[in-house]
Write a protein that binds this ligand. Structure first.
Ligand code: NI
Length: 304
């Protein structure tokens, strides 16, 4: 794990670097220490249920500090200003531009209702439309991207990150990692890390295994939090916008992590309704890292 690279940043971020390193080290240690404990999940629905307990182990730290982990190297001045203000934080231009996009936020998910919308399998041809919908609601989301798609469309990933969203790894070619050797699992993550770093300048801090399938080997090789979900919209099956929106809106709870796939146009069309309904109910749309105050547990299902 390249903690040095994760906490690298411009001068003003220097004060935070020590903390960032410490936090990154804690996350890493926790991940490795727990690696012996086997967590097997192949069935998403079951995993989501089981996970509620697991995720309760974690809790947060202060957003401002912890969120500087791994994001300090990003640039994107103009966009970071826009997105910083989108979550209602009073950030000065100087601060926003010197630190990064997705990190600084005043949202405290212990006090307000937060939800993390997550989008897998992209980037794809509908991702830009999704970004426009999210921007209209000043919503942030997390994109678990497939490495080979990143290599093919780095510009989309760059725009996604610049708009304040979080980029996580969804492996290079979307295999079932539990069927691969440790070396192959490592290669899936390493290759994707390189593609993402080439696109946005940083290594992703989160991974989501394809099909939600992971075991101790996968967790060890991932070397960072493994992010599952607590609400599965089954959007890949239904391909029906109204149904997808209804599922998300009915199942959400404060702290939910909702699974979508932005490669389906039906999903992308469902998002404005999701944003509208949940906004009315007082939800704030945050990235997975923000949901946990910058310090996600080693396995994430939801918060709370
Ligand atoms: Ni997937």
């Amino acid at each position: 794990m390249d903690i040095g690279a994760m906490s690298r940043g411009p001068g003003q971020a220097g004060a935070r670097r020590g903390t960032a390193r410490a936090i990154a080290a804690v996350v890493l240690t926790a991940g490795l220490a727990g690696a012996g404990t086997l967590v097997t999940t192949t069935e998403p629905a079951q995993a989501a249920t089981t996970g509620e307990t697991v995720s309760s182990v974690s809790t947060a730290s202060s957003v401002g500090t912890a969120s500087s982990v791994g994001t300090a190297s990003s640039v994107g001045t103009a966009s970071s200003v826009g997105t910083a203000s989108s979550v209602g934080t009073a950030l000065s231009v100087g601060t926003a531009s010197s630190v990064s996009t997705a990190s600084e936020t005043g949202v405290n998910c212990r006090r307000v209702k937060c939800v993390a919308l997550t989008f897998d399998d992209g980037p794809g041809r509908y991702t830009d439309a999704l970004l426009r919908s999210l921007a209209a609601y000043r919503a942030r989301a997390t994109f678990f991207v497939v490495g080979q798609n990143v290599a093919a469309h780095p510009g989309i990933v760059r725009r996604t990150y610049a708009a304040g969203h979080e980029i996580g790894s969804h492996t290079w070619s979307h295999p079932d990692l539990t069927k691969l050797s440790a070396a192959s699992v490592r290669a899936q993550f390493a290759r994707t890390d390189r593609a993402i770093k080439a696109a946005i300048g940083i290594r992703p801090k989160l991974v989501r295994p394809p099909y939600g399938a992971f075991n101790a080997t996968v967790r060890l090789q991932a070397r960072r939090p493994v992010v599952m979900w607590s609400v599965d919209t089954l959007d890949w099956r239904h391909r029906d916008s109204a149904k997808v929106a209804r599922k998300a809106v009915r199942s959400v709870r404060p702290g939910s992590v909702i699974l979508f796939h932005d490669i389906h146009p039906s999903t992308v069309r469902a998002i404005p309704q999701v944003l509208k309904s949940l906004s009315k109910r007082g939800y704030r749309f945050v990235t997975v890292s923000q949901l946990f105050g910058g310090r996600p547990p080693r396995v994430v299902y939801s918060r709370g």
